[in-house]
Design a protein around this ligand. Structure first.
Ligand code: ATP
Ligand code: MG
Length: 449
């Protein structure tokens, strides 16, 4: 693994001081109005987690490099070529920007003995880093919603997590015809050993079509070859011996129990015997939610069981299952299927004819905000507050339902003029009512309405 960066004193930049600086390639800024879609999505996620009783966790973005090397497996795309790893020049520590969420969460659970009182269901909204070739739906900094059930042997909780994905897709308004569920079982390590021998023999017999990655992985991690994205190898991968045929009774029973729940709730899925996922920690249930709407970046959510990971990271044996959903890909999918989040707008826009009225107007708006009204205040620019006409135009553009006009005469009477901006009828648009400022709480709910 390369060490791609070293922290410490910034190198002297040859750039002129006034030259424009840009974001790091593959790392995106999320600005309005796009950020409103993110907030809407996050609110749906939070509501879902509450409904399924998953508690929020937050772990560091930077972890010891060894955590991922041990956790994900040395012979994986992520560890071999995608990690942002560096040496902390202050103390020589080897650190990595997290490329996935599960290893850090498991580390935290072990470190704090958090499962002492029993199993836990947790979720996290995470920022992840992978040094990949940036393209639509594939970035170097990206976001996931991550869900983990820790200390549960399943298979019921495996099914629960798959249903959570469906519930979220439904909450977001994504028609189910645009996504499909693929399911597989990776069995247990002993079953994989038997399969591994058959796999090596198969790929050795087709050594001529193997690419460099595959050749290197043939003896270290042949299962990884099944995860290849190289089209030239698809035929030989398709013809490879299937792990499913090496599963014993217990593994098959686990898979069938998951299937029984999916069948009971009428969720259709496809068994994909070649679905292996990108990390080595998985066993038994693995699944992906895939869409055809995003080309080769079609996997929007992937997960599975990882019963061995706690021990691998120095903890007690602890069965667990989880999934990660790519936020950027979900938002791209929403766009592709034409789902637009409801536009957000303030309840009221405060129009202030001149600076003289500003203190009284701001005091009144503070009282309204305390009463729960969302108020956008007209504020001074370099040219002052602007004409009434331009302020009304801004009020309209804000999407607010009401304009509050803090004129001198109105304020002298202890009032504000309220104009309805989103009226259906003409007279509504014209109507302007005087509202006493004395009892703000009494009319605040009309503005919120
Ligand atoms: P892919 O096969 O597309 O590379 P993956 O198997 O590497 O995906 P996981 O590690 O399973 O992905 O992560 C779960 C989800 O996170 C993916 O299904 C995808 O939605 C999202 N994801 C993964 N890598 C990226 C990335 N570089 N940029 C944006 N989203 C990503
Ligand atoms: Mg990947």
């Amino acid at each position: 693994m390369d060490e791609k960066l070293t922290s410490g004193k910034p190198e002297k930049s040859p750039m002129a001081k006034t030259e424009k600086l840009t974001a790091v390639k593959g790392m995106n800024d999320i600005l309005p109005p796009e950020s409103a879609r993110w907030e809407w999505f996050e609110a749906k996620v939070r509501a879902l987690m509450a409904r399924y009783a998953y508690a929020n966790v937050r772990t560091p973005i930077v972890e010891p490099t060894a955590l991922f090397v041990r956790g994900l497996g040395e012979v994986t795309d992520i560890v071999e070529k995608e990690m942002y790893s560096f040496v902390d020049s202050m103390n020589g520590d080897r650190l990595t920007l997290r490329p996935e969420a599960t290893a850090g969460i498991v580390r935290a659970m072990i470190e704090h003995n958090a499962l002492y009182n029993g199993p836990m269901r947790v979720w996290s909204a995470v920022t992840l880093f992978r040094h990949e070739r940036p393209q639509k739906g594939r970035y170097r900094q990206f976001h996931q919603i991550d869900v983990e059930a820790l200390g549960f042997a399943g298979p019921d909780v495996d099914a629960e997590q798959i249903l959570m994905c469906r519930a979220l897709l439904r909450d977001l308004g994504i028609p189910m015809e645009h996504v499909r569920l693929e399911l597989n079982s990776l069995g247990q390590p002993s079953e994989r050993m038997a399969h591994r021998a058959a796999l090596i023999a198969h790929f050795e017999a087709h050594a001529d079509v193997l690419d460099e990655d595959a050749k290197r992985r043939l003896h270290s991690n042949p299962l990884r070859i099944l995860d290849t994205k190289n089209p030239a190898m698809q035929a030989v991968v398709e013809a490879a011996p299937q792990l499913m045929d090496f599963l014993g009774e217990a593994s098959l029973a686990h898979l069938n129990a998951v299937r029984a729940v999916l069948d009971a709730v009428g969720l259709t899925y496809r068994i994909n015997p070649r679905l292996v996922r990108g990390m080595d920690y998985y066993n038994l249930t693995v699944f992906e939610w895939i869409t055809d709407k995003l080309g080769s970046q079609g996997t929007v959510c992937g997960g599975g069981r990882y019963d061995g990971l706690f021990e691998q990271l120095g903890g007690k044996p602890t069965p667990a299952v989880g999934w990660g959903m790519g936020v950027e890909r979900m938002l791209l999918l929403l766009e592709a299927v034409g789902v637009l989040p409801p536009a957000s707008a303030p309840d009221a826009y405060a129009i202030v004819p001149s600076a003289q009225e500003m203190p009284a107007a701001m005091a009144a708006c503070e009282a309204l905000r305390t009463a729960g009204v969302n108020v956008q205040m007209h504020a001074g620019t370099g040219e002052g507050l602007g004409s009434m006409k331009s302020q009304f135009k801004k009020a309209d553009g804000s999407g607010a339902r009401h304009a509050l006009i803090f004129g001198t005469d109105e304020l002298a009477q202890g009032c504000v003029a309220v104009k309805h901006l989103r009226g259906e009828k003409d007279q509504d648009l014209q109507a302007q009512a005087l509202q006493p400022l004395g009892d703000v709480a009494a009319w605040a709910h009309t503005l919120r309405g």
